[in-house]
Every structure is written in structure tokens, then in C-alpha cells.
Design a protein. Structure first.
Length: 440
């Protein structure tokens, strides 16, 4: 009777908890770390685990991997949350670890969201890590370089876990439909396209993908003993219209292209529409923000130097507050860039210079603009004849800065658009002065 109760309670647990991988073979993703012959897998299989930090986005298996390691190494496993624990709890856990050590048992202390601990709390672990009382495994979504105490970080190996791919998540969802711990034994009718749609919406998060699958199955239509998941049910459970990119990813590139070209064509209405299509389909706002930053220099440039400032500010806003709040920050940037004067002079300048740089890599730096920090360099005439522009009234000199083979080359050709017209006029005055003073 007790077994039946326990079994019933287990079925009440969330699908993601029931399907938590128990072995490396069941673990999905992170093949760069756990594939055959990869470093972390070898450490686990040879039982040579040392303290480490798992850094990666939510739902990629940081906690699960720590539990698998504890099972494979047959160590005591202490799950520790940085959100609810303080110095008192740390001391209690360390006391348990010390007792385990005295009995010859290893203890793995897993700290979820370790970045939430302050410096003093992190320092409390340091002596126990140093003397081997514990193997510390921390999980964080933040950059350990900035969030983890340097002394503690230096004693831990950092492993970067990546967001799961759509393929990884689709495979996981398919397994959930067959696994007895999931919906195995039940008749569920759901298309592979729907599974991929759920995987796309999860944005690399296995927990989110499994939670969504559980929701759509529980809300599916019953036809005898078969659960039928329709597109309407899926759309309702996702609480948004099905706008996701197609399975081959083509629509992803189509939409970002539409956004970019609408801004280039100074069409703010079209640009905002394509922005909304991307964000409401679940696109990472930081990806969009990075493309907007690129646009600010590639298509606006010095025609409006503030464009880059605004684009970078929009990226920071997306990082600080995330979706859905940051949608208005991106809208501000997109509309501004759409209305800004356009110039691709910076893009064209770099492309032309890149072509010469790749085909004439051996061109030496002119001696006159080389640095001469040593006596030998001075004897070789490094820096001889260098003219300090600030010492002149015009802040200009006739010094040669390009290699001989490239003298007279013009890469930056400013346009008449916006503020760039002022820079064009200034550049023309500079070149006229240099011609008067014998520059080529």
C-alpha cells in the first residue's frame, strides 16, 4: 500500500523532475565536454573529480550533471542553495563534510547560483576546498570571472555549458513521450513539427521544454484512450501566436534580414513590425541588439555618431531587464536608426583596407612611426623623424603613415549625409594642406 502511495506521489512530480537524467548516457547535450574522449567525461569516468564551476544558462543540466558525478564517484552529495543559505548553514554543511571525511567518505557540495553568495560567504568554503574536505561544484548563470572570489575561482576548473540546441531538445521531448517516467505507456498524438516548435520556444532550456510539453499533454483533447495535441492547444499553452522560425532556420535569417533592410530603407513602420515578429517568436533580444549595434556603424556611421551610442545603450537595457520589458528599448533604437541619415562609408573603408591587408601582409611599418623603446631600435632609426602633431599650430604634419606601396590610397570616402558632411569638408581641408606640404 505504501508503494502505491509513493508511486502516485512520484507521478505528481513535474515531468522535468521525473525525467532528470541518472547517467551520462541519458544526459542530453554538452558533447563538447561529455562526448567520448572529452575532458570532463574522462575526469568523471576515472573518478578524478576536483572542484569545478559549471557556467551556463538555465535548464542546461548543471544540477543534473553534479548529481550524476556524485553517483559515479560514490560520494556524499549535499545540495546547497545560495539563495536560502548563509554563513550558519555553510558551517553546518562543512561540519557534515568533515565528519564524512573522518569516515573516509568524499563529499561533493553542490552550490546552485553560487554567484549569489557574497565574498565573505564564498571565503567560508575556501579552507575546506584547500584541505580536500569537500569537492566544490558551483553552478552559475553569470560570468565567474566577475562573480566568484578570485581565490576560490583559482582552485576550481570552469566548464562552460552551452544552451541546448533545438535538435537536443526535440530528442529529449521525444524520449519523454516514450520513457515510463514520462508519458510512456500513454497514447499521445503530437506531431514532430509541434515538438520542434516547443523546442524552439524553450530557447535552449530543457526544463522549460519539458514543462511546456507536460502542459500541452495535460490539456490535450481525449479521444478514447488517446490524447490529441492540436495546434490550437499548443498556441494556447504557449500564450502566443505561432510565429517561430521554420525547422531549417531559414525564417530566422529572413526576419533579421527584413529588419536590417527596413532600417536601411528608412522605413520605421516595417522595421518595428519585423522586430515584433522576431521578439514575439521567442528570439533572444540580445541577438537582435547585437545586429542593431552592427547596423549603427555599417549603415549610419558618422552620418550620426550618436546612433552607435543609442544601439549600445539598447543592448545594455536588454541585458539589464530582459523580455518583455526591453522590447520598447529595442523599438527606440530601431526607430532612431531607421530615421537616421545613412552612410556606409565606414563599412566600405574597412572592406577596402581589409582587401589590401590580406594581399599585402608583408608591408613594413614606416620607420618614422615605429616605437623605439630600446637603444638598438633607436640605432636602427626606429622613430627617426617622428613629428608630434600636437606641437604644430594646425595639429597636422607631412609625415608618411602608410607603407610605400600604398601611398595615396583612400579607404574612407565620407558622404554628404547628416553630420558626415562636416567630416567630409574637414577631411578635404586636411588633404589640401598635406598636398600643399608635399604629401602624396
Amino acid at each position: 500500500m505504501e508503494q502505491q502511495v509513493l508511486f502516485g506521489e512520484d507521478n505528481l512530480r513535474p515531468l522535468a523532475a521525473r525525467l532528470r537524467p541518472r547517467t551520462l548516457e541519458e544526459f542530453v547535450g554538452q558533447t563538447h565536454l561529455l562526448g567520448e574522449g572529452k575532458v570532463l567525461r574522462r575526469l568523471i569516468e576515472s573518478d578524478r573529480i576536483s572542484s569545478m564551476i559549471f557556467w551556463g544558462p538555465p535548464g542546461v543540466g548543471k544540477t543534473t550533471l553534479a548529481r550524476i558525478i556524485a553517483q559515479r564517484t560514490r560520494a556524499a552529495f549535499i545540495d546547497f542553495s545560495a539563495v536560502t543559505s548563509g554563513i550558519k548553514e555553510i558551517r553546518q554543511v562543512m561540519q557534515r563534510a568533515e565528519e564524512n571525511r573522518r569516515f573516509g567518505d568524499r563529499t561533493i557540495v553542490f552550490i546552485d547560483e553560487i554567484h549569489r553568495f557574497n565574498r565573505a560567504q564564498q571565503d567560508a568554503f575556501l579552507p575546506f576546498v584547500e584541505k580536500g574536505s569537500i569537492v566544490l561544484i558551483g553552478a552559475t548563470t553569470e560570468n565567474p570571472s566577475f562573480e566568484i572570489n578570485g581565490a576560490l575561482l583559482s582552485r576550481c576548473k570552469v566548464f562552460v555549458l552551452q544552451a541546448l540546441t533545438t535538435r537536443d531538445l526535440t530528442a529529449l521531448l521525444s524520449r519523454a513521450l516514450c520513457d515510463p517516467r514520462g508519458f510512456g505507456g500513454q497514447h499521445i498524438e503530437i506531431s514532430s513539427d509541434m515538438l520542434e516548435l516547443i523546442a524552439n520556444f524553450a530557447n535552449g532550456d530543457a526544463r522549460s521544454a519539458l514543462s511546456t510539453l507536460e502542459m500541452v499533454v495535460l490539456n490535450g483533447d481525449m479521444n478514447g484512450d488517446t490524447v490529441i495535441v492540436t495546434e490550437d492547444i499548443l498556441a494556447q499553452c504557449l500564450s502566443k501566436k505561432s510565429l517561430l522560425y521554420d525547422k531549417k532556420g531559414e525564417e530566422h535569417y529572413n526576419l533579421i534580414s527584413a529588419l536590417h533592410k527596413s532600417m536601411r530603407n528608412s522605413d520605421p513602420d516595417a522595421a518595428v513590425y519585423w522586430l515584433a515578429r522576431m521578439l514575439e517568436a521567442g528570439e533572444d533580444p540580445l541577438y537582435v541588439a547585437r545586429r542593431v549595434i552592427r547596423f549603427a556603424s555599417e549603415d549610419v556611421g558618422i552620418a550620426d555618431p550618436r546612433a552607435l551610442e543609442l544601439a549600445v545603450a539598447a543592448y545594455q537595457a536588454c541585458h539589464f531587464i530582459g523580455m518583455p520589458e526591453c522590447s520598447v528599448n529595442l523599438t527606440q533604437a530601431v526607430v532612431y536608426l531607421s530615421m537616421a541619415p545613412k552612410s556606409n562609408a565606414l563599412y566600405m573603408a574597412y572592406e577596402a583596407a581589409k582587401k589590401d591587408a590580406l594581399t599585402q601582409l608583408a608591408e613594413p611599418v614606416p620607420l618614422v612611426i615605429r616605437n623605439a623603446p630600446t637603444r638598438l631600435m633607436k640605432e636602427l632609426e626606429y622613430g627617426k623623424g617622428y613629428q608630434y602633431a600636437h606641437d604644430t599650430a594646425e595639429k597636422l604634419t607631412d609625415m608618411q603613415c602608410l607603407p610605400d606601396a600604398l601611398l595615396g590610397k583612400e579607404y574612407y570616402r565620407p558622404t554628404e549625409q547628416g553630420i558626415e558632411a562636416k567630416y567630409k569638408a574637414r577631411l578635404e581641408r586636411i588633404k589640401a594642406w598635406k598636398r600643399q606640404h608635399g604629401c602624396k
